[in-house]
Design a protein around this ligand. Structure first.
Ligand SMILES: *Cc1c(COP(=O)(O)O)cnc(C)c1O
Length: 427
């Protein structure tokens, strides 16, 4: 079989027949650290970030990495050191930002179900902004802030009601979504927020979905948002910043999302045309910063030929790579060392050891493999480790961060004992 091409992965490449992560040979890393193994490229993260930074050059803009995409501490350090803030969705994520040395003043707190304890924690830490998702949350947050003799900086997440044309589970800006407040209610809710003593209105935000591969939904959402900004400011409420959320897609499988800088050239042209080009801008990208900066290395355990299907059973599973089971998502699966190319491959369903029929990683893949071979599951930097579980008492995989010819272990492989730490036996 010919070597596969690796679109969207400039920092992972074949040299001869061997897959490399930057300057490190992947098979050697897997031999040292075992499998399943996540390998991230620092250069890939920074070049994805650089596309946004180029797009915003000369603007007053803050990039808040949506850390739920990959919240490993060393990954957060890479973005914190590059000047990013963070979009968090829990008190736990705030603790991770602090543990990684991130700047809490550049933290924005999204999510529909913030608890009072999380609000107190974030107020005490001094985060930059709460992205409030309901009217009820405004009242609770104001009360919590007043008890602490503080005013909470708030932005309200508005649902612009545009279709991001993505998977329904990752589409968040339509009517009927649990996120944000309806566009037609936004002005009234802003007036309510402005009347609450414990709040200080600082911005407006939206986030319309994830894995968006077209510019049009963003352009439409921007128009809808700017209409609202005009109405809210006409009512005497100043919005210091406008936050356009995240959601830009990556190339998993012949997807062709716009480049971040090209997308923002278009969006900024619209902002300028409508007179908002000088406003402080925020964005919350997640997947587009890390998705194609990571791969997951796995070993082929067994080949199981069948009448209807051939199965390639690997040592990574849905607990490590949950996206196929959750969203029917596609990850490219490629050889780590392609031996002397044989004439043709065999069509396999690539599945893990977990006791669920949903535990598949790839369907109908042509592979030329034998037990003991290693495969790389591509585009595994986002929403993989951060969604990983211990189902079937499988310890979570190890993680490496490659920087040129240096590979650092950034997460140890979990042992079975790690997975039941904190559980108590009956007397
Ligand atoms: C998940 C999320 C993001 C990031 O989405 P991506 O598709 O990973 O860029 C941004 N903002 C909010 C509020 C989110 O929930």
């Amino acid at each position: 079989m010919p070597l596969p091409v690796l679109p969207g992965h400039p920092h992972f490449s074949y040299q001869g027949n061997a897959l490399f992560a930057e300057a490190m040979r992947v098979s050697e890393l897997a031999a040292t650290y075992g499998t399943p193994l996540f390998i991230y490229s620092k250069a890939a993260m920074l070049s994805a970030l650089a596309a946004y930074q180029r797009g915003f050059e000369g603007r007053d803009a803050q990039i808040c990495y949506a850390m739920k995409a990959n919240s490993s501490l060393a990954v957060l350090q890479v973005f914190a050191r590059a000047g990013c803030g963070f979009d968090i969705v829990s008190g736990g994520e705030l603790e991770r930002v602090q543990a990684a040395g991130g700047d809490v003043r550049k933290v924005i707190f999204s999510g529909v179900g913030k608890t009072r304890a999380e609000m107190r924690q974030a107020l005490a830490a001094g985060i930059g902004c709460f992205n409030v998702e309901s009217e009820a949350e405004l009242d609770v947050l104001s009360g919590v802030a007043l008890e602490m003799k503080l005013r909470a900086p708030v932005s309200i997440r508005v649902n612009p009601n545009v279709d991001p044309k993505t998977h329904p589970y990752i589409s968040t800006g339509l009517k009927g979504s649990k996120f944000g407040v309806a566009h037609e209610d936004a002005l009234r809710i802003y007036q309510h927020a402005a009347s609450l003593q414990g709040l200080k209105v600082v911005g407006i935000d939206c986030h319309i979905g994830s894995q968006i591969t077209e510019a049009t939904p963003y352009l439409d959402a921007m128009d809808r948002m700017l209409d609202l900004v005009a109405a809210i400011e006409a009512a005497g409420i100043t919005l210091a910043h406008i936050d356009f959320g995240g959601g830009l897609g990556i190339n998993y499988n012949d997807d062709t999302p716009p480049e971040a800088d090209a997308l923002w050239r278009q969006l900024l042209a619209k902002l300028d045309a409508r007179g908002y080009g000088g406003r402080k801008l925020m964005i919350e990208p997640g997947r587009s910063l890390v998705g194609n900066a990571g791969i997951c290395i796995t070993e082929v355990l067994y080949l199981k030929p069948g009448e209807q299907k051939n199965f390639c059973i690997i040592d990574a599973a849905m607990n490590d790579l949950p996206r196929p089971a959750m969203y029917q998502a596609f990850h490219a699966i490629v050889p780590v060392e392609a031996l002397a190319p044989k004439a043709e491959g065999v069509v396999y369903d690539v599945v893990g050891p977990v006791c669920e029929s949903g535990d598949w990683i790839g369907r109908d893949r042509v592979l030329d493999v034998a037990p003991g071979d290693q495969l790389a599951v591509m585009s595994a930097g986002a929403y993989c480790m951060s969604m990983a579980s211990n189902y079937n008492t499988r310890g979570r995989a190890a993680e490496l961060l490659v920087d040129g010819d240096v590979a650092r272990l950034i997460r140890e492989r979990e042992s079975a004992a790690d997975t039941f730490r904190g559980e108590l036996l009956l007397p």
